[in-house]
Design a protein around this ligand. Sequence first.
Ligand code: ZN
Ligand code: ZN
Ligand code: ZN
Length: 102
Amino acid sequence: MEKEEFQKAFVLACRFLSDTIGCPKIYTEEEDIQGCTSDGENCEKEDQWECWQHYFLERVSTEEVCRICGCTQDNACPGGCWWIKEDLCSSCYEKLKSQSAS
Ligand SMILES: [Zn+2]
Ligand SMILES: [Zn+2]
Ligand SMILES: [Zn+2]
């Protein structure tokens, strides 16, 4: 898949989340989201997809996330997984291996 398509998919997902949930503050413990005007209750920001973008970009810069499935240290794949590389988990590694073998 093209990088641009991934980027579009990312911003689309953020819009979807803002439409369905609202501001990420509602669902996350994140205290400090750039540009977010939430005081713990409602975010007054009109473009709440921006809150989601800041939230996710902040997360990938501060914690390890699998580049394929998006699992993290606190949210591993079903059955458990571990890091093969800093951005590749064992479940995805196994999948890649079996795909390239066939
Ligand atoms: Zn917000
Ligand atoms: Zn993975
Ligand atoms: Zn995983």
